[in-house]
Write a protein that binds this ligand. Structure first.
Ligand code: SAM
Length: 268
């Protein structure tokens, strides 16, 4: 059997399929998720069920969203799991997570995400931040480093600002390639994301904040006076308390949000 075939299923690259098989790693991730009966738990990309099985065992019920028709079918025929799962054969990037809300209970979302689509998938999930209690995702380690990076560090960029605007983000488990079949070429890590209550967040449209980040980090070596020349003059930056000679990675998340709010006001 080749490395690409796991439990009789040939891993599909286009769906970012790398299946977890290390029981110790699986145990640590499930412990971080801390599933309990009565919670509305949602798994993205259950695949062959490496995380699904232990989570269902602890929680009794689980909603799963799987894009691969064959894998969704397999789960629906699984003798121990099928009647404890609500299976959506769907693209999580287009999925309406509001449709899963029940009795005012927030969602706990987790998954070993397909790395090829992790950023757009995260941005889609951030738009449901107010409906989510927490999220645990396995991602490329470098992506977790970018999500959790502080201003002033090399890894700090658009993903750090967008993530930290919506959530508190912390790395919880590091995972080497050997824990997966087939083994990916990169190291992985699990990140815990706890959405900030809306009252803790300055209100700004995601699209405007994203646009400010794109202007900033497309040219990170320039000063913000130059990066933001399409958005604000040096005088306007100064009026906002931002020194125009700073580089974009020196601005805090709050300063990005402040600039986005100001821009939104100018435009509306
Ligand atoms: N959870 C399994 C594990 O840990 O072994 C599989 C993880 S594998 C890295 C990613 C899974 O996400 C695959 O089952 C893949 O088919 C599924 N997937 C890929 N793109 C998806 C999408 N857009 N929406 C939902 N599931 C997706």
């Amino acid at each position: 059997m080749t490395d690409n075939v796991h439990q009789g299923h040939r891993a599909r690259k286009r769906f970012g399929q790398n299946f977890l098989h290390d029981p110790q790693v699986i145990g640590r991730i499930v412990k971080a998720i801390a599933p309990k009966p009565g919670q509305t738990l949602v798994e993205i990309g259950p695949g062959l069920g490496a995380l699904t099985e232990p989570v269902v065992e602890a929680a009794g019920h689980l909603i799963v969203i799987e894009l691969d028709r064959d894998l969704a079918q397999r789960l629906s025929e699984h003798p121990q799991l099928a009647d404890k799962l609500t299976i959506h054969q769907a693209d999580a990037m287009k999925f309406d997570f509001n449709s899963l809300l029940k009795d005012g209970q927030k969602l706990k979302v987790f998954g070993n995400l397909p790395y090829n689509v992790s950023t757009p998938l995260l941005f889609h999930l951030f738009s449901y931040a107010d409906q989510i209690e927490n999220m645990h995702f396995m991602l490329q380690k470098e992506v977790v480093q970018r999500m959790t990076a502080s201003h002033g560090s090399k890894a700090y960029g658009r993903l750090s600002v967008m993530t930290q605007y919506y959530c508190q983000a912390m790395p919880v488990v590091e995972v080497g390639p050997g824990a997966f079949k087939p083994a990916p070429k990169v190291d992985s890590a699990v990140v815990r994301l706890i959405p900030k209550a809306i009252a803790q967040r300055a209100d700004v449209p995601a699209e405007v904040l994203n646009r400010v980040c794109l202007e900033a980090f497309n040219q990170r070596r320039k000063t913000i006076r130059n990066c933001f020349s399409n958005i604000a003059t040096a005088e306007q930056l100064e009026q906002l308390g931002l020194n125009p000679t700073l580089r974009p990675e020196q601005l805090t998340v709050e300063q990005f949000v402040q600039l986005a709010q100001w821009l939104h006001q100018q435009e509306s």
